[in-house]
Design a protein around this ligand. Structure first.
Ligand SMILES: *Cc1c(COP(=O)(O)O)cnc(C)c1O
Length: 422
């Protein structure tokens, strides 16, 4: 499939007159259509809720769009909980799926009524010590160990992952929680990241459904909600076929009817905590080519760098690049597209075939809506970019201003040493 940017060169130029590059831009229409498709795909399950994984993109304007489709939030930290509360997510609309959790974050999560999802068996005791009670609703995170395999092969290696608890710990954990007064139980597992197959969720669901049936048989404990968490991926490369969320929802439905319903568990709510799938394809990084360099390779230097989008540097991840306005030109030039960090891995593309790039050209780096801006940092004293929403009616809105040097120096504001800068 060819990957087409959701913004034209003309539109990008119009925005740039007000908001200089680099910036992340988001596609409201795409976000909405996808959120609706997710809702529809799981409409067969009355208790269904998608808890958007805030860590993928913590912009409140974007989260508010998802809120209109009944999404809750999945938080991993104090500030994500605070953001959820401020956006008027309440109680059961907030999931707290953290790990290695500090005491004060459990306290705050409990205060705002978030559902706490415990990553470890020892956290049962820790939570009770910290809160002085066990919440009525509580969830546990499962790690089956070993390698995780579905029909098309080995997906990942949960045995090496730091998350979740063993089956023995899980079963004992629910019984302890019941004895301590918990009334409503959830089960959570996140085994594989960025799966580009419609089989992952149904396969994970089957694993968890069978576990829940066994738990009921052995202990009498009935699970109220099963959280399939994240891991539904997106097609970063043009060769990949995007996931079909309707097929994924139908696949989960099938195993639900096969496994849970006959066991008398037909009331279990299905939850998801997707981040990447909800936002990834609907963001792009717009950057200007500011230099070209001819040494042993051909380089294009752009005004964005890895602080704006870390995935290529961190994972060697592929992000497709379109030169705006040159969509129809042949890709007959081979470039490394580099940022300005003093790090040789600060490259958005290596040996990439692209149309001839001239200084001043605008590059659209695709699929930055999840783990793009969110992973940003300030290395080399670089400042974080603006974020822009391309609205359904074609207009645009600044939804986060770019950092200024004052923001960068702000944490010295209680000292005198550089007071000229703060
Ligand atoms: C990262 C994360 C998610 C979201 O994962 P995606 O692959 O982006 O959908 C969900 N739940 C937890 C606990 C996570 O850490």
């Amino acid at each position: 499939m060819t990957k087409v940017p959701f913004v034209t060169k003309e539109k990008a130029e119009e925005i740039i007159r007000e908001i200089p590059t680099p910036f992340h831009i988001y596609d409201e229409q795409g976000i909405r259509a996808n959120a609706k498709a997710v809702k529809d795909a799981f409409a067969w399950n009355p208790g269904f809720r998608e808890y958007f994984a805030v860590k993928a993109n913590p912009n409140p304007f974007l989260i508010q769009i998802l809120q209109e489709y009944g999404c809750g939030t999945d938080c991993s930290s104090l500030t994500e909980l605070m953001l959820s509360k401020e956006l008027h997510f309440t109680g059961e609309e907030i999931m707290f799926s953290s790990n290695d959790t500090p005491a004060e974050e459990f306290v705050y999560a409990d205060e705002i009524g978030a559902t706490i999802n415990l990553d470890d068996f020892t956290h049962i005791r820790f939570l009770e010590d910290v809160l002085g009670h066990i919440p009525e609703t509580i969830s546990l995170r499962y790690n089956p160990g070993g390698v995780y395999q579905i029909s098309n092969g080995i997906m990942d290696n949960p045995g090496d992952a730091k998350y979740g608890m063993t089956k023995e710990q899980l079963f004992e954990g629910y019984q302890i929680l019941r004895d301590k007064g918990a009334k409503r139980f959830g089960l959570h597992a996140f085994l594989v990241s960025n799966t580009v197959t419609n089989d992952y969720y149904p396969s994970l669901a089957e694993t968890l459904f069978r576990l829940v049936v066994e738990l009921k048989e052995k202990t009498g404990i009935e699970i109220s909600f099963i959280n399939l968490s994240g891991g539904v991926g997106i097609a970063y490369t043009p060769e990949q076929t995007p996931n079909d969320i309707a097929a994924i929802g139908a696949g989960v439905h099938r195993v639900y009817d096969e496994v849970l319903v006959p066991a008398g568990l037909g009331n279990v709510a299905i939850y998801t905590e997707m981040g990447r799938f909800m936002m990834g394809p609907y963001g792009g990084l717009v950057t200007t080519a500011i230099h070209e360099k001819h040494i042993y390779k051909e380089y294009i230097g752009v005004d964005a760098c890895a602080v704006n989008l870390m995935r290529p540097a961190m994972y060697g991840a592929y992000h497709h690049i379109t030169v705006l306005g040159k969509e129809d030109q042949p890709c007959d030039h081979q470039y490394d597209v580099a940022g300005s960090l003093c790090e040789n891995n600060d490259k958005f593309a290596i040996d990439r075939m692209l149309p001839k790039i001239d200084k001043g050209d605008l590059l659209f780096i695709h699929d930055t809506g999840a783990h793009g801006f969110a992973m940003g940092y300030n290395y080399n004293g670089k400042l974080k970019s603006a974020e822009v929403l391309l609205k359904e009616d074609g207009s645009y809105q600044l939804i986060r201003r770019a950092e200024t040097p004052k923001d960068y120096f702000a944490t010295f504001d209680c000292f005198d040493i550089i007071k000229g800068l703060v």
